[in-house]
Ligand binder design. Sequence first.
Ligand code: BGC
Length: 399
Amino acid sequence: MSTMTIRRRLRLTATATALLLALVACGGGDDASSTASEDESASEDASATEEDSASEDESASEDASAAEGSGEGLIWVGLPDTASSARWEDFDRPAFEAAFDEAGLVADTDYIIANAEGDPQNQQTQAEQALTQGATVIVLTNLDSGSGAAIHEAAKAAGAAVIDYDRLTLDGQADFYVSFDNTRVGELQGETLVQCVEDAGIEEPNFVMLRGSPDDNNATLFGEGADSVLTPLESEGWTRVDDQAVPDWDNADAQTIFEQMLTGANNEIDAVLAANDGLGNAAIVAAQAQGLTDIQVTGQDATPQGLQNIALGTQCMTVYKSVNEEAAAAAEAAIALRNGEEVEADETVDNGTADVPSLLLDPVAITAENLSDPIDDGFVALEDVCTGDVAETEFCTSQ
Ligand code: BGC
């Protein structure tokens, strides 16, 4: 076994799979990286691709275990809250745990997953504590770009690498960004809403926007995508009767906002561009309280609640984002950075001050037509969808 120190680069691309590794072994030089002798699971990464310069270093194939945890220090994952979406605790956390565990990392020793419970100050404290404990990689889903940038600053001052997870930190210092094509998410919501309105035989609909949190860069992108579809329709008979953002994606506030929208519009609302399943459900509950059952409502996250509402016919669509793939890619990048490797990607995203190498995965629209997709994909369990009244729906009885 060679004891030579090598420097490697991990390349993450959306095209093959998020887990495709293309390792470059550049002979010698960089003592920030692990040594060949530490790496044992060579075979899994024999797929080193066109950039592979294995011939430069005969030990390259032996060293291709970038996904293994040979680096040092904690990887800290900071999730934002438990209330804005079921995803963070129900999907993201277990997906990170699975990815880290598979790479041989040990919870609490090698990685920590924290949740800031919606409090940016709390998130900063959690991150600082992790840095004090020797965190070498910070994986952050910020609560707003200002507090996120402060965490990046602290991380960089401590010599840690930073990954923005799902939400870009504007003017931050991320080394890598993993997310979805968030403008596309909004386009899918808009396009599918148009289809649902047509299918329901509604002409000249009144519609409203229930946008995500103004502090979340993703909410801006979702809104831009949706507006790109819906704004042109305003000269073709669609009327935007209200348009509001929901601070912190607060589902309870969304219900109040939507109740006020209904009152303001004399209940004449046909369609709701709701930015995620929680906001969509808030609109559905408020509409049902007024006896309105034909409203077309969008969502996002393919949560059990969103899928149930689709099965019941109260929600027209959700957006499935494979969080398992997203978290696996972020975990892989985190492990590589912890190992002192560079992480590369096919694209970059401008955060306002820098172009951040980024992996943006593809979102998928889910309607009654392809409702089983997130279930077949192993994302949500059928038992979590087909409960209570939902068990009696055609979708559930036909499974
Ligand atoms: C995420 C969505 C989520 C929302 C609320 C966004 O940044 O991309 O998946 O529904 O935050 O948590």
